[in-house]
Design a protein around this ligand. Structure first.
Ligand code: PLP
Length: 381
């Protein structure tokens, strides 16, 4: 990829956001022309309503052909997670220790489900937590982790939840568009997805209700989305979301190539830097994500140095202010703070190429040589 000034640019931060797919951009601009309020009875309103309902079908198809009536459009993955956790009104909420902050921070009283060293939910602990308390509960566990790519045993989690009379919410924001998803097979009552992670516009997401459960809306007003989320629908955003979802489903096979590139990247890291640590390799992972520690070198330093070379990755859990905190995901996996602080996330996407991997490896190994050479030199002096 070339940047605006013609220099070489390598984007390996796809878990933060993906570029908008051309199909999505076209659908957004088409919906801007075919503007209208989907609640209006006149023809403009009816055209807008048709766009929304077709989009609902498309999202239902992406999730394995569920009933499109369960798709609730919202403003983001974050809002969908809030709606799931707050809208079900369950007395107990249990969330895994590696959830995204948009789940972890919703309810301070939520209980934590521990994970093993690979970051997978400890199923026996979940079973004990649920069996030990008869209050109506909601279990929230993500499909795949944004920092490590580790995939959770969601079908087993759903079965444990069901056996114990609990509802199951699954944040599938990182998995949607990268893996074939079947909400029926997951067995979740509620599934969260977000447009901008799969090539749609930012600021639009969906909470998908697979069963017949009722939700108490977070936003009340005009009764849109069957009373489950008030506010005039984001027509261009929803149209772009649907077009991206369709393209993502049609092109899902590209992730076989992405996985091969990620494997190549990790093999070369291990051979060039035997002390490097890659997290979550003992578990199934998303095809595009690597969490890599270069011991002794702060993640922020790596991110800045790589950026100077035109390579974009991220450090730990970057929040909106750009500040980086210690990763609660790695901490929950038992990773020592020093090692966690030297971990970067490299995430690939559908247009990632061998040249991108070569650019990253060249810059990363040169940085490592510079820093470790300096450390060695300091020791010798
Ligand atoms: N859940 C996960 C796993 C995420 O990675 C993210 C975003 O990074 C979100 C939820 C929030 O999605 P949004 O950016 O649409 O609010």
């Amino acid at each position: 990829m070339r940047d605006d000034r013609g220099s070489s640019e390598t984007y390996l931060d796809w878990n933060a956001t993906a570029p908008m797919r051309p199909e999505a951009a076209a659908a957004v601009s088409d919906a801007l022309v075919r503007w209208g309020n989907p609640s209006s009875v006149h023809r403009r309103g009816r055209v807008a309503r048709r766009i929304i309902e077709r989009a609902r079908e498309e999202i239902a198809t992406l999730l394995g052909g569920i009933d499109s009536g369960g798709v609730v459009f919202v403003s983001s993955g974050t809002e969908a997670n809030h709606l799931a956790l707050l809208g079900t009104g369950r007395e107990r909420v249990l969330v895994s220790a590696v959830e995204h902050d948009s789940v972890r921070r919703v309810l301070p009283a939520a209980e934590t489900i521990p994970v093993d060293r690979d970051g997978r939910v400890a199923l026996d602990a979940l079973e004990r937590l649920l069996a030990g308390d008869a209050r109506p509960a909601l279990v929230s566990v993500m499909f795949a982790n944004n920092e490590t790519g580790v995939i959770q045993p969601v079908a087993e989690i759903a079965a444990i939840a069901r056996r114990n009379g609990a509802l199951f919410h699954c944040d599938a924001v990182q998995a949607a568009g990268k893996l074939v998803l079947d909400a029926g097979a997951i067995g979740a009552d509620l599934v969260t997805i977000s447009a901008h992670k799969l090539g749609g516009p930012p600021g639009v997401g969906a909470l998908v209700i697979t069963g017949g459960i009722d939700l108490v809306p977070l936003l009340r007003g005009g009764g849109q989305e069957h009373g489950r989320r008030a506010g005039t629908e984001n027509l261009p955003g929803i149209a772009g979301f649907a077009a991206a979802a369709k393209a993502a489903a049609e092109e899902i096979a590209v992730y076989d190539r992405v996985r091969a590139l990620r494997e190549q990247l990790e093999a070369e890291i291990v051979s060039a830097a035997p002390d490097a640590v890659i997290f979550g390799t003992g578990a199934p992972r998303l095809p595009n994500t690597s969490a890599i520690a270069m011991p002794g070198l702060a993640a922020e330093t790596q991110v800045i140095a790589l950026d100077l070379e035109g390579v974009m990755v991220s450090a730990g859990a970057a929040c909106s202010s750009g500040k980086v905190g210690p990763s609660h995901v790695l901490a929950a996996m038992g990773v020592k703070p020093d090692l966690a602080a030297s971990t970067i996330r490299v995430s690939l996407g559908w247009s990632s190429s061998e040249a991108d991997i070569a650019h990253f490896l060249k810059s990363w190994t040169a940085l490592r040589r510079r820093c470790y050479g300096f450390v060695e030199g300091a020791r010798a002096a």
